[in-house]
Design a protein around this ligand. Sequence first.
Ligand code: GLV
Ligand code: MN
Ligand code: MN
Length: 423
Amino acid sequence: MQQHEQAEDFLEDFATMSGFGATPGGGVERQAGSAADHETRAWFAGWLERAGFEVRHDAVSNQFGLLELVPGAPYVLVGSHLDSQPLAGRFDGAYGVLAAAHAAREVARRVREGSLQPACNLAVVNWFNEEGSRFTPSMMGSSVLTGKLPLETALAATDRAGVTVAQAIAEPGDALDLTPPPVAAYAEIHIEQGRGLEESGTTIGLVDRTWAASKYRIVVHGEQSHTGSTVMADRRDALYGAALVIVAARELTDELPEGMLHSSVSELELAPNSPVTVARLVEINLDLRSPDEAVLERANALLEERLAAIEERARVTIERRLTHQWGLLAYQPEGVELARSAAAALGLTHAPTMTVAGHDSTNMKDVAPTVMLFVPSIEGISHNEGERTSDEDSVAGVALLTEVTARLVAGELGSAAAFTPGG
Ligand code: GLV
Ligand code: MN
Ligand code: MN
């Protein structure tokens, strides 16, 4: 297929795919294991099958499109995630999955016509529950595949209604019987979700490191009482304590060098959540991130001090549980160099960049040579219906991912198994 045909075909498929779980504001809502997620996955399975891939699912419902090119050889995996946040944009994850499918189909064509000599097999992957909005932790499917999260823990995770991952993935009746194959290398493309590329007029970000992150579940315990009749000095108001935690998390960013700490509290549940009753319990999710591990460590220590002070001031007790963390680990320089050389060959402007958000590649880079690419986000908008990437940048990314995948399948980062899932 000519490059402009691949581009048109990609944009048409992307528009079709964006119809699943479409929201009135031009976004999508397809939380992991929801009906809209299943519909998107079913459409995607049909696409893969028509393109000649064998569609299989592993035990945590990572969806694979497998293509054997060299019997017995390990696989190059290319993918991202189709699940979304609530009221989300069309691009986060889904762009990368469809780009991977188009890249893989073109690489398979090159192998068939004899212009590419494969050293590895090829699989497109749609990781289950990257977002972590309905079921925590995020990056669930790739965490299980890489052995960072026990399968049983993932399957037992529940949403707010008490539905487990096991129940949510059983619904469409897919056989969850694939033992994922040995992995030679992994590649992923994603929108930047920031302004860096747009502001510097760069088409491609070559991700070389990730910001470090610490995510906490914080439970504030108070005592239920009457909002009117309880004397102020007697109160143990869990919501007041939580409010102080929220403010403290935000103000930590002012105490550390500018731009070096991002923090938020993004989720809150309270009991009994009743108009005339002081809250006895509040649970929040607190997220700290930094491009410098020492800054993150300092933020964690300051947070601990603040929590102790808040316990006294609000007469509450606070539990803090680390639910997910990752460090500032680098992506392999050989993968960054492979991507740089492929971008240069296609005449695309490119620059090294860090990722602030976590991705499935954040897990995969720890077990196999990994290439992570970004395309620009318009105004950096993400986790919002207004998330956009221009058509021109979208198709440039597909062309680059195709070139990168071709080089990986040819064995440029090695053709031996770097990682055997479960092995
Ligand atoms: C993604 O999972 C993130 O936490 O950035
Ligand atoms: Mn994503
Ligand atoms: Mn996301």
